[in-house]
Ligand binder design. Sequence first.
Ligand code: CA
Length: 221
Amino acid sequence: MRVLLVEDDPMIGTAVHGALKDAAYAADWVRDGRVALDTLAIQHYDLVLLDLGLPGQDGLEVLAAIRARRDPVPLLVITARDGLDARLRGLDGGADDYLVKPFAMAELLARMRAVLRRKGGQATPRLGNGLLWLDPATHEAGAGEAPAVPLSQREFALLHALLVRPGAILSRSELEDRIYGWGEEVESNAVEYLIHALRRKLGADAIRNVRGVGWMVAKGG
Ligand code: CA
């Protein structure tokens, strides 16, 4: 999952960016609305965290510009304003949820999971395709009735990318995109290595290779 953090406060930005990376998100951090809009135009994101109090362009204007493009990206507003008005304007402007500063990282991460679940039309906390399941809160996975196994951050990020859309084939660069944020070094063969590790934990058939195209998990089981 790739997340764009739009936050001008260096302390909050550093803390949230770190927490996102610790939670296995590929996270990119920008400090103003203009850069956020430019970035969203060229890069796929699974979720946006948007501070409302931004220099230059206000967060609500950035939100309006995103929705005016008919970009449906899940979006969570982060605001220091405790005023009801700003929160309501955010929700009415197309935000999927909001969080008032100061907040606990655990709550931010839980709200992100909830927004992603709702936007993905998912009724249960676990992702699955009938053969495999993955729990975004605990980063555990399992094959069928086999016991749950813990995944490393990057194993989780890769399997999550595939299980969000069973049956869809993701190329190496699409997978790398969802695993690594800006400035994170992509080791060569990292994708193959992670898939090897996941197959060892979940069974050889857990992830299928489509020769020359990419990888997928089966649709339905
Ligand atoms: Ca701010």
